[in-house]
Design a binder for this molecule. Structure first.
Ligand code: EPU
Length: 347
């Protein structure tokens, strides 16, 4: 194995997980070229070791000792494949920082991703949980995901349909150890309309005529709103929303509304609605609560925080308490949103 394919032993990952946990990878390999991936996977398989990829570490809860091989996805390029009257097509390396990419698109006058500003993490991680914010999901702009399929040992291009995107979910969550994403192809249509129906943005632009709202103004507004509500992971460890917003039947919603008239919900389909998990957790009294080294953010109860000295099991204990209380109070199950990696099992 040549030197750029040789994994490094006992690699510290504290700077590579936004919760800021002290984590040591048994083996790690920075991946800057897609070609490094097949021999690295072969190496792990031959050694009987589990393996996984890590982007910005902003949607993952890691154990103190991370067994096996961790591929650190640092593939960094942005390529303009087409710039036509109807759309711009971009191919972007998995390791590119998501927010830097969004800013770059706006600098090039490509609009569409502005509502997704300031989401931590990398471009390669964006399709995994189908990142979304302020009324937009990334699936709307993804044409293709390029990946190495560790099951068939082949390079694959997954179409948008192949990715089976739904709310905070995709084929990459269904089959967590199968695909190593190397690049994402985005289509950004030239026809553009501001999307400001989400309450926080609607309030922000309340006095502006819709024609006067630019993509850059939305980008700035989203950055301002997120900065107000969500902790900066560089200052307070967190992985954004710790739970998904639960989807329930409209029938269940009606009965909950009789008991809790203030409950916050959004229509999801003709038959189902999404509840604001932050509101449920807030009502259970958890907002701002501290438990040892972990806690619940004081401005957004959906975000769990870590201020140093804590670990995954402490955080998961707090998560369990929240799940139990929400279930007792509202009869609703909260599903954990980030990927939890177990210390002993392979992902
Ligand atoms: N709410 C409370 N108390 C709280 C938190 C929220 O009452 O402590 C209420 C708010 O007042 C509001 C409602 O709950 O009426 C929704 O809150 P918010 O607008 O902050 O959005 P969210 O549904 O909690 C989702 C995403 C966020 C995304 C925002 C904006 C999920 C799991 N979370 O949060 O995504 O930024 O909408 O679109 O869907 C992430 O996934 O990591 C993330 C931060």
């Amino acid at each position: 194995m040549n030197s750029d394919c040789k994994p490094l032993a006992n690699y510290p990952l504290r700077e590579r997980n936004t919760l800021g946990f002290e984590v040591v990878a048994e083996w790690a390999l920075p991946i800057t070229q897609a070609e490094q991936i097949p021999p690295a996977i072969r190496w792990a398989k031959n050694a009987g070791l589990p393996y996984r990829t890590l982007g910005g570490g902003s949607n993952v809860v890691l154990p103190a000792q991370l067994p096996g091989l961790t591929l650190l996805m640092d593939i960094d390029f942005i390529e303009v494949l087409e710039n036509q009257a109807a759309k711009t097509r971009l191919r972007v390396g998995a390791g590119v920082n998501w927010h830097d990419f969004v800013r770059w698109t706006l600098d090039q006058n490509c609009r569409g991703l502005e509502n997704l500003a300031l989401i931590p993490g990398t471009v390669g991680a964006a399709p995994i949980q189908n990142i979304g914010a302020y009324g937009v999901e990334v699936k709307e702009y993804i044409d293709t995901v390029e990946a190495f399929d560790c099951q068939t040992n082949q390079w694959v291009s997954l179409s948008n349909k192949d990715c089976r995107f739904t709310y905070r979910h995709s084929v990459f969550k269904d089959e967590p150890n199968r695909f190593v994403i190397t690049a994402v192809i985005f289509d950004l249509p030239k026809v553009w309309q501001p999307r400001i129906s989400y309450a926080d943005l609607a309030n922000h632009f309340a006095n502006r005529s819709i024609d006067a709202i630019t993509a850059s103004a939305i980008f700035d507004a989203v950055c301002a709103i997120r900065t107000q509500k969500l902790p900066d992971p560089k200052v307070i460890g967190n992985v954004g929303s710790f739970f998904q917003n639960p989807v329930i039947s409209n029938q269940q919603l009606q009965s909950l509304k009789r008991q809790f008239p203030q409950i916050v919900s959004y229509p999801e389909s003709a038959t189902h609605s999404k509840l604001a998990a932050g509101w449920l957790i807030d009502q259970c009294g958890f907002k701002g609560v501290q438990m040892g080294n972990v806690g619940v953010h004081d401005k957004q109860a959906l975000v769990l925080t870590h201020r140093g000295g804590g670990n995954a099991s402490e955080l998961l204990k707090l998560a369990e308490q929240i799940q139990r209380k929400v279930k007792e109070t509202f009869g609703v199950e909260l599903v954990i949103e980030p990927i939890i990696i177990n210390g002993s099992a392979s992902l």
